[in-house]
Design a protein around this ligand. Structure first.
Ligand SMILES: Cc1cc2nc3c(=O)[nH]c(=O)nc-3n(C[C@H](O)[C@H](O)[C@H](O)COP(=O)(O)OP(=O)(O)OC[C@H]3O[C@@H](n4cnc5c(N)ncnc54)[C@H](O)[C@@H]3O)c2cc1C
Length: 502
């Protein structure tokens, strides 16, 4: 390959694709190199017996015209290709906590009214909660399509307060505290660490509106791919990057597993920062920086059961069901192995716009990597009988737990598949199969925030470890990365212009 690209992007996750689209649209000659045969990273899907399963993007929010993700999807040319089905506005999320059911409704006052029916004496607390999450979200300019001054993306107070302390300051009712934190698997919250702003941004995002993606999250990846290639960008799958070459000032090329070299003027890495450090061997990056990145903790992984139902047997459930059998939702992260699973997230998938019955579902339980450590040196499909037995046992435990809330459901299962932290590690290249990458810690806010810039002037980072994870966090992170080439004012203006809000 003798071509020299303006920008080579390593990894075709959402962050890599969004950067590729923005930069190709602005005239850069870009190439995206992806190690897998399928593009998308966590947007990937897989098929079993004709049924498609999502792996890492289940529902999205703020997609009504005028809301933030709608404006970004419009700018990214995604609106016509990505079909959505609204979740139940009276309860897009259902929190099942110690046997009782609580609903999160769309719209600020509807949310307050719905939850207040369950907590009539805490209406003022719920109003205060909504007031706060609106205020915190409004304090983040980029999340509102505005320019951030001095890279100050969030007030210090919201970074330095933990989500559990924050909720405890809103209400003294322990049950309401647990319920308000009930969707914390969306950010793999860690007690006394996760900053309150993460919870506030995500909750505000979904309370405004919430949707499933019809036909699978890979539609986002394929739409971006089509746009990128029609703008002249190139995407290479089965191109694993083994090294980033540097001279004494900057990065010059990447070396692929097949030995080929691709040259570029600039590089963006959409893979985990630690994985990026592992493919760099240059004095331009100091050992102390590499050590800092290696020592950062990552969010927990998961064990997922992918379920195919018998036709026309299970009515479509238009809500996401978060289940807890703990005294405290924060125990989910530090679970007792002997009692696993005491919490899970259960979601039906949406294969058509108006389903009456569910064709498939996903059942996700937290899982630490140490549970699969004995197979850490194995590869996909080659992990041996004991691993298959382990997966069968864990799947049955999760399904048995599901049966307690949905009696008879196991009878309706035609077949199921499962994945473990090893599956995520090997498909996305994320350390120990971590769901959302590096844990942001309110006690070490500066150390746990990774900049898009590196000490190599023409090597930038993007993806869920920059800024934040999830559809909105990664797109905003990609804007921050692309602003290094285009300037943030231009990007914000382009988004506003495209949405007629100038
Ligand atoms: C179980 C789960 C559920 C989730 N649910 C939701 C949800 O409902 N809503 C939501 O908004 N978000 C959700 N998320 C989060 C969201 O999916 C991610 O934050 C986002 O997709 C991550 O994008 P990324 O750009 O960081 O890249 P990733 O998706 O991590 O992709 C990185 C890519 O880089 C490739 N790569 C790695 N190493 C190399 C190499 N050496 N050479 C070339 N390529 C390489 C990988 O193969 C991969 O394709 C979920 C995540 C998980 C894991």
């Amino acid at each position: 390959m003798n071509t020299e690209y303006d920008i080579i992007i390593i990894g075709s996750g959402l962050g890599g694709l969004v950067c590729g689209y923005i930069l190709a649209k602005n005239g850069y000659k870009i190439a995206i190199v992806e190690k897998n045969s399928q593009i998308g990273g966590c947007l990937q899907t897989f098929k079993r017996k004709g049924i498609k399963f999502d792996t890492g993007m289940h529902y999205i929010g703020s997609m009504k015209p005028g809301q933030v993700l709608h404006a970004l999807f419009n700018y990214l040319n995604l609106l016509s290709d990505v079909k959505l089905r609204p979740l139940d506005p009276n309860g897009f999320d259902t929190i099942s906590f110690r046997g009782d059911i609580y609903k999160f409704a769309n719209g600020y006052s509807h949310f307050t009214d719905t939850l207040s029916e369950k907590f009539p004496h805490n209406r003022k607390d719920i109003e205060a909660y909504i007031h706060h999450i609106k205020k915190i979200s409004a304090a983040s300019p980029l999340y509102n399509g505005d320019e951030a001054e001095n890279n100050n993306f969030m007030e210090t107070e919201y970074i330095k307060t933990s989500i559990n302390d924050y909720i405890a300051s809103i209400t003294q009712n322990p049950l309401l505290q647990n319920v308000l934190a009930g969707n914390m698997p969306l950010y793999a919250g860690v007690k006394d660490k996760t900053p309150m702003y993460i919870h506030a941004l995500i909750s505000n995002f979904y309370i405004q509106s919430a949707y499933r993606i019809v036909g699978g999250s890979d539609t986002i990846a394929s739409s971006l791919t089509n746009s990128i290639t029609s703008l002249g960008g190139q995407i290479f799958t089965q191109h694993e990057v083994e090294q980033i070459l540097c001279d004494d000032k900057k990065a010059t090329a990447i070396v692929l597993k097949n030995g080929n070299i691709m040259r570029g003027k600039a590089f963006i890495s959409d893979i985990h920062p630690e994985a990026t450090m592992n493919i760099l061997n240059t004095p331009l990056i100091r050992r102390i920086y590499k050590e800092r990145i290696r020592n950062l903790q990552n969010t927990i992984s998961n064990f997922t059961v992918y379920i195919k139902f018998k036709p026309n047997t299970v009515p479509y459930l238009n809500t996401n069901f978060y289940y807890y059998d703990h005294d405290n939702v924060w125990q989910a992260n530090a679970y007792n192995k002997d009692k696993w699973p005491e919490s899970y997230l259960y979601m039906h998938q949406c294969h058509q716009e108006n389903p009456t019955y569910a064709e498939s579902a996903e059942l996700i339980g937290y899982m630490h990597f140490d549970e699969v450590k004995e197979w850490e040196n194995t590869t996909i499909q080659q992990r041996g009988e004991a691993y298959l037995e382990f997966k069968k046992e864990k799947s049955q435990l999760l399904l048995k737990k599901l049966e307690e809330s949905f009696p008879g459901i196991n009878e309706q299962i035609e077949f199921y598949e499962s994945s473990s932290p090893l599956t995520y590690r090997d498909y996305t290249g994320t350390k120990e199969g971590s769901m959302y990458g590096i844990i942001r810690d309110k006690n070490f806010p500066v150390q746990t925030l990774v900049s898009q810039r590196t000490k190599i002037p023409n090597l930038l980072l993007t993806g869920q470890n920059i800024n934040s994870h999830g559809i909105l966090g990664v797109i905003v992170g990609a804007l921050i990365t692309c602003s290094e080439f285009l300037g943030i004012s231009k990007l914000i203006n382009d988004i506003k212009e495209c949405n007629n809000v100038l």
